[in-house]
Design a protein around this ligand. Structure first.
Ligand code: PMP
Ligand code: GLN
Length: 381
């Protein structure tokens, strides 16, 4: 039996969460909060289940939810999108990414991704018969290296996958970089997938430069977000894609046969909550910046070195001063087993990791007491 994904094993997120559970370590590896989503949101779900909203949703998503997404997109990014023809609700951003890639990529097409990169992109491209070309981000600030990007373009390049704010580094793409990208691909038949699941998690007064706010790029883009991140409910696995009508139509051809639709009562509850509480998203930067700062202030007394992350709920930390002899996979295992804190090794998210890199990713979407306990352990390493 010939595997279609011979080089794919168990994801690092499963591996590290399992190890944390086995060893009783504090789990700062896989990205998810250890607190719950808003009570009103959870109550809305219970209400809709009790009210019998338990049959299939429309294939493209509940109209009320698509409407709320359109309202948000216009309020935050100044783009009026059609809830009918440009917004599609999916069971998770992962499914949205998969469907967009299947809709666009033909055998032999090349897809540019930036390393370190989220682990679902490459297998989705392989299953479509395409090939990922991995372009490393600059070491240090994880910015796009334009020389490397230009060198990676070929006549077969069909798609570039952006992820801003960037998992795992938190780096943000600037408006000027979006302009530069638009110039670079202007005369080529290249599309964009912009993974913006951390769109609301930007700190120190920075702004998220969404592809939704860029006319030229939006015209050829799938922009993807996730309610799991925004409402602290990763287990709800509900996300969405905003794309121009022709691209949305192609995406929907795939989505209707991958899952057909998302979960109905979840969509009802999200639509209610978005309408009742639009300010929730405006409060997220301060909410997560406080967590970042607490974690970083506590970590300052450790031997880890870091620069505060500009976005996402991940903080990278360099452990060269602690165990330079260990690569990051070994370090993550050692830290979990010996010191009781689980983290993600960054090299696993790179096609050709820099062997000298000594970086771990810590998720700070945790209660204050969890962050204090974890930092106490990390200070003793
Ligand atoms: N993209 C990135 C960069 C992510 O970090 C995640 C969250 N794991 C996803 C996509 C997937 O989101 P979802 O859980 O909604 O499928
Ligand atoms: N996006 C989450 C992270 O980066 C993990 C999602 C998953 O487990 N697939 O940690």
């Amino acid at each position: 039996f010939a595997s279609k994904l011979p080089s794919v094993g168990t994801t690092i997120f499963t591996t590290m969460s399992q190890l944390a559970a086995q060893t009783g370590a504090i789990n700062l590896s896989q990205g998810f909060p250890d607190y719950d989503g808003p009570e009103a949101l959870r109550e809305a779900l219970a209400r809709h289940v009790a009210a019998g909203h338990n049959q299939y949703a429309p294939m493209t998503g509940l109209p009320a939810l698509r409407e709320q997404i359109a309202v948000k997109v216009e309020r935050l990014y100044g783009r009026a999108v059609s809830a009918d023809s440009e917004v599609t609700v999916t069971p998770g951003a992962t499914q949205a990414i998969f469907c967009a890639i299947q809709a666009l990529i033909h055998p032999g097409d090349e897809v540019i991704v930036f390393d370190p990169c989220y682990d679902s992109y490459d297998p989705a491209v392989s299953l479509a018969g395409g090939r990922c070309v991995h372009v490393p981000l600059a070491s240090g600030d994880f910015a796009i290296d334009w020389q490397l990007l230009e060198a990676a373009l070929s006549p077969r390049t069909r798609l570039i996958i952006l992820n801003t704010p960037h998992n795992p580094s938190g780096a943000l793409i600037s408006r000027a970089e979006l302009d530069r990208l638009a110039t670079l691909i202007r005369d080529r038949d290249i599309y964009l997938l912009s993974d913006e699941v951390y769109e609301h998690l930007v700190f120190d007064g920075r702004e998220h430069a969404s592809v939704l706010g860029h006319d030229e790029l939006y015209a050829r883009a799938f922009v993807i977000s996730s309610f799991g991140k925004t409402y602290h409910v990763t287990g709800w696995k509900t996300g969405y894609v905003v794309a121009p009508p022709a691209l949305s139509a192609e995406l929907r051809k795939v989505h209707q046969y991958v899952s057909f639709c998302g979960v109905t009562p979840l969509q009802c509850a999200l639509a209610d909550f978005m309408a009742a509480c639009p300010e929730h998203v405006d409060e997220l930067p301060a909410f997560y910046q406080a967590k970042r700062d607490l974690f970083c202030d506590l970590l300052a007394a450790s031997r880890f070195s870091f620069r505060r992350t500009p976005g996402t709920y991940f903080q990278l930390a360099d452990y060269s001063a602690i165990r330079p002899d260990l690569d990051d996979v070994a370090m993550a295992q050692w830290l979990t087993r010996e010191h009781g804190v689980a983290a993600i090794p960054v090299s696993v998210l790179c096609k050709q990791p820099d062997p000298s890199q000594r970086l771990l990713r810590f998720c700070f979407a945790k209660r204050e007491d969890t962050l204090r306990q974890a930092a106490e352990k990390l200070r003793q390493v």
